[in-house]
Design a protein around this ligand. Structure first.
Ligand SMILES: [Ca+2]
Ligand SMILES: [Ca+2]
Length: 738
């Protein structure tokens, strides 16, 4: 075993040296159960212990210092902290780096989660299980089988709620006797905003809300530029109620009774019993902090680390979640702008490299670089299942900064895979920046978001120092699934000068909800938008809706429709091909599509996301290959999965889907005008099924095949008869059903 380790290690260092050709001054080892102060391979220390060893030798560095983390879970009760201040100096020196990286072939996980076991069946009629949690534990998220559970909630749009200056009057007189009324949250969707505010008390039919959260969420502050545009959206209606035991009535819902110290959960059909859950209880997992623009933290790198399970508790308190836009909220009175914090947090940081890490199951934003970040590189990370933004770069309140030391400048965000962000706060996006200059935002893939994919800039106006950013070669798809008034790529505020413009090019934007493709919002100016491909988006492929948007050139793009909204000033839309057909792509469009998103050497990072027991792949997914005369039909309101299907009326048309798993389901509508569908698996015709029924049955599992082991397979469906064949979704089984 040891000799194998040594061989792996020798190969690893040979690689490190040959690639980097940088001398290594010292190497230390940490492990989850490490202790002491030797920090060797045979006697590793704790993570804090390794950092303390570095502190003794990093003031006059002669080479990089490497801290190697062995695999396993580092359970945190406080952030792992690196600092640059009067007391501690954790930066690299003399231009060398301090590198925290995974031991080759192993997976170190920094976790803020508390494992919850000891579940007993509490309410057999409702199938609700219960477990004890330590006194005082708080969280807003809970996971079973690596799957985010649903915080117990009401159905959408509960009846009988009427807004008042201090909250609501309600018609339900039983609510005042619920167990913990002061833990209930009102959740409201309002165009591009997602707002939350806690209930302070319920007396009879009078609901009083928490302050100052209610003041900021019920009448949106309107201080104008640079804080807010036409920001009139606010809590006017209740979209749903959340966080009461009385709302726990669906499989997959959970509730934490923090007063009594119990957590409740109703399992999904494929959860393992006995249950094992994880409750994130730490807000910040990694804290890398300088202490000012002249005392930055710098020259530290992180590679191959996994950060998992963090929470963010501010929305549970009196400040609530008074959304302004994209994860920036109003707090305090009079209101100030505040960012959703990152669980992986870098403040006053320069020359940081955060590369090939995994950040998942986060309760706020995943990664935040605040307070004048400069020359940092966020590269090749896999970011998934985040309550807030995937990456937040810069600040929204530094528009007055004229000192270049204070600017967010020259950062790189490249080849990151970012998916299922905004899981709790639906206004949050894949990558969000405040004011920023010389940003390279390139070759990222952003998939499955409730609002915009990328949001660059702030301020609704000419103010600020944003300048010459490059938003290039990104793929953004399945975005704007829930909210409205956003885009695949969205900018706010001025972005350059006539000589030095911001550029959007080579991006591939497709499959949105009710949304714009490309969206230059208020104040956006001095931009060149060229060579992008946009299809299957909800509204315009290019949106410049008001005269404050200025000096933008939109040319040589490809789109599948002619919808452009141009009310900007000196904005030119010309020489675009708006006749794009997916089945017959021009070579230039095909090249843009091929090139956009993750580069080949980063393609494998997507596989680091833990698979749920099952996974639905909607008919809109571009992994499904359609052959023939198919039509994508959205907004049918017939009970389809994600309210859409593909359909064809031509016998012999096919849809083919390659997947890895141990089971597959073909999900479609059954109806009277449908006929036979032939199912082929891995090239062999396995069955011909009839989809004809007298009455419509949506989301019908028409075919299911289960194998004992996961492997790669191809399923093909072919129309044989009837007026129509439909495809609503496929469902993959990642493990056999119980
Ligand atoms: Ca419920
Ligand atoms: Ca569907």
């Amino acid at each position: 075993m040891k000799s194998l380790h040594m061989r792996v290690l020798a190969a690893f260092f040979a690689l490190t040296l040959s690639v980097a050709a940088v001398p290594v001054q010292a190497t230390y080892y940490a492990s989850p159960d490490g202790s002491g102060s030797r920090g060797t391979l045979t006697a590793p220390c704790s993570l804090d212990g390794a950092r303390d060893l570095v502190r003794k030798v990093n003031q006059r560095m002669t080479g990089d210092i490497v801290v190697i983390l062995r695999g396993g879970t580092y359970t945190l009760t406080a952030p792992f902290t690196l600092e640059e201040n009067a007391t501690h100096h954790d930066s690299g020196t003399n231009g060398f780096n301090i590198i925290y990286q995974a031991y080759p072939g192993e997976t170190p996980v920094l976790s803020g989660g508390l494992t919850i076991t000891g579940w007993t069946l509490y309410d057999p009629a409702k199938n609700i299980y219960r477990a004890k949690v330590p006194a005082g534990v708080q969280s807003r998220q809970f996971y079973v089988n690596d799957r985010r559970a649903v915080r117990a909630r009401s159905p959408i749009s509960p009846e009988g709620w009427t807004k008042t200056p201090t909250g609501f009057t309600i018609t339900d007189t039983t609510m005042q006797s619920w167990g913990n009324p002061a833990d209930i949250e009102v959740v409201s969707r309002s165009s591009w905003k997602h707002l939350r505010c806690g209930i302070a008390s319920i007396t009879g039919t009078e609901v009083t809300m928490k302050m100052p959260g209610w003041a900021n969420a019920s009448k949106t502050p309107k201080p104008g530029n640079p804080w807010n545009g036409g920001g009139t959206q606010q809590i006017n209606k209740v979209t749903w109620l959340e966080n009461a035991y009385e709302l726990l009535d669906q499989p997959g819902e959970w509730y934490l009774d923090r007063k009594a110290g119990y957590i409740y959960y109703s399992p999904l059909p494929d959860d393992d019993i006995p249950l094992v859950g994880v409750l994130p209880v730490v807000e910040t997992l990694l804290s890398v902090q300088g202490s000012g623009f002249d005392r930055r933290i710098h020259n530290i790198q992180f590679r191959g680390l996994t950060f998992k399970y963090a929470t963010w508790l501010q929305p549970s308190g009196d400040e609530a979640y008074a959304d302004n836009q994209a994860g920036v909220v109003w707090a305090e009175l009079p209101p100030v702008s505040r960012k959703t914090p990152g669980s992986v947090s870098f403040q006053y940081a320069s020359d940081i490299r955060f590369e090939r890490n995994v950040v998942g199951h986060m309760g706020g934003a995943a990664i935040d670089f605040g307070h004048g970040p400069q020359k940092n590189a966020i590269i090749g990370n896999c970011i998934y299942d985040v309550s807030g933004n995937g990456i937040f770069l810069g600040e929204v309140d530094d528009y007055k900064a004229t000192d270049p030391r204070e600017w967010c400048d020259a950062n790189t965000i490249q080849n990151n895979y970012i998916t299922r962000v905004g899981a709790e706060f639906e206004d949050q996006v894949g990558v969000c920046t405040g004011y920023t200059r010389h940003l390279l935002l390139d070759h990222n893939e952003i998939y499955d978001t409730p609002y915009s994919g990328i949001s660059v800039g702030w301020g609704w106006s000419k103010l600020g120092y944003s300048h010459q950013n490059k938003i290039t070669n990104n793929q953004v798809h399945k975005y704007m699934r829930i909210l409205e008034d956003g885009g695949g790529i969205y900018t706010l505020g001025n972005q350059g000068t006539a000589e030095e413009k911001t550029e959007w090019s080579g991006n591939y934007i497709h499959h949105s909800g009710h949304a714009q493709g490309l969206y230059a919002d208020e104040g956006s100016g001095f931009m060149e938008i060229k060579n992008n491909v946009i299809h299957n988006v909800g509204v315009n492929w290019m949106n410049m809706w008001t005269p404050s948007i200025h000096d933008i050139s939109v040319r040589d793009n490809f789109a599948d429709k002619t919808n452009v909204n141009n009310k900007g000033t000196r904005c030119v839309v010309t020489d675009n091909d708006m006749t794009l057909k997916l089945g017959n792509l021009p070579e230039a469009a095909r090249a843009i599509i091929q090139n956009a998103g993750l580069q080949p050497e980063y393609a494998a990072i997507t596989a680091q996301i833990p698979l749920p027991p099952r996974q639905v792949v909607n008919d809109s997914d571009n992994a499904i290959v359609y052959h023939g005369t198919w039509t994508a039909a959205g907004g049918r309101k017939l009970g389809d999965y994600e309210n859409d299907v593909h359909h064809t009326g031509t016998n012999g048309d096919t849809a083919t889907f390659s997947f890895r798993g141990c089971g597959i389901e073909y999900i479609t509508e059954f109806n009277k005008n449908e006929g036979d569908v032939a199912i082929t698996i891995d090239g062999t015709l396995v069955k011909t099924i009839s989809c004809q029924t007298p009455d419509l049955i949506p989301q019908k599992v028409a075919y299911r095949q289960i194998w004992p082991e996961a492997a790669s397979h191809v399923i093909k469906i072919e129309k044989k008869s009837g007026t129509f064949m439909l495809l609503d979704a496929f469902q993959i089984y990642n493990r056999p059903p119980r």
